[in-house]
Ligand binder design. Structure first.
Ligand code: SF4
Length: 292
């Protein structure tokens, strides 16, 4: 999600201090001791210092290698690794030791698995339910649009079902060549149809060349798919082989985007330069807003 590879200078609002300290070290230690992965590290998230300092992290399951090659993402592409049967218990153990009240779990895309990894997601949700009192947010891939996989995850009973559309439909061929905008909307709509009480959530990046009208078009499509929560953040190129940033969106523009999302009907919205799909996830889930 971020990186020093871009030649442009970052504008002042994208300079972030990294709080260190015992809380951050504790997250790192527990994650390392249990041989877990976080998307915070794998995706080079700019919020890692802040989130680890607050004692939060987003677990990345099903290996460090993604079977797709999206042009915005820092996670390595290639062949999927074998699933680790004890990973769900290790995630639950980490959440318990860190005293997390809201756990976010995401994965790489695993097009090589018959269910896209849905059963593994379900086992993680079940382990967290059994061993912690935390609310559970899953940020899932599109499962190649397989409704059965969406049902497997929904029936495991997460509190939040998150699937990112990432960008506007026009930019999919350049940004997410292996994905399909309408399929992602269908995944969100299917999750809502299976359990209307489930909070559904999606996120997108700006700064890739989209217009405000197109962002509003995505909001309208997400609302049609009964999505309750939306997040919007600045795209930052992870390296030289990734898509260039087209524009640094100013903080005031993010305020307009967030206001517009709420006016259009989302139950909660978070839009700011450093907002990522899992940023402030507990706060957005409980209070409907992210206050940084
Ligand atoms: S925003 Fe999400 S991915 Fe980034 S550091 Fe925070 S919890 Fe991790």
């Amino acid at each position: 999600m971020t990186g020093p590879a871009r030649r442009e200078r970052f504008p002042p609002w994208l300079k972030k201090s990294l709080p260190a300290g015992a809380a951050g070290r504790r997250v790192r230690d527990v994650v390392d001791e249990l041989a877990l992965k976080t998307v915070c590290r794998s995706a080079l998230c700019p919020n890692i210092g802040e989130c680890f300092h607050k004692g939060t992290a987003t677990f990345l399951i099903m290996g460090p290698v993604c079977t797709r090659r999206c042009r915005f993402c820092a996670v390595a592409g290639g062949s999927g690794a074998p699933l680790e049967p004890d990973e769900p218990e290790r995630i639950a153990s980490a959440a318990d030791r860190l005293g997390l009240s809201h756990v976010v779990v995401t994965s790489v895309t695993r097009d090589d698995l018959d269910d896209g990894g849905a059963r593994h997601f379900a086992r993680v949700i079940e382990a967290l339910r059994r061993r912690t009192g935390a609310t559970v947010e899953v940020l899932v891939p599109d499962f190649a649009g397989a409704e059965a996989s969406v049902r497997t995850v929904v029936e495991a009973g997460p509190d939040v079902f998150n699937h990112n559309v990432e960008t506007v439909e026009r930019l999919y061929p350049a940004v997410r060549p292996g994905a399909d905008y309408r399929r992602s909307l269908d995944v969100l709509a299917a999750a809502h149809d299976m359990d209307a009480a489930l909070v559904t959530k999606s996120g997108m990046m700006v700064g890739l060349g989209e217009t405000l009208e197109e962002v509003e078009g995505v909001f309208a499509d997400l609302l049609d798919a009964h999505t309750a929560v939306v997040t919007v953040g600045q795209y930052l190129a992870p390296g030289r082989d990734h898509l260039d940033v087209q524009r640094f969106v100013e903080p005031g523009e993010f305020e307009v985007i967030e206001r517009r999302a709420l006016e259009m009907g989302f139950r909660a919205a978070a839009a700011a330069p450093f907002v990522r799909s899992s940023y402030c996830a507990a706060e957005v889930f409980r209070r409907g807003a992210c206050h940084g």
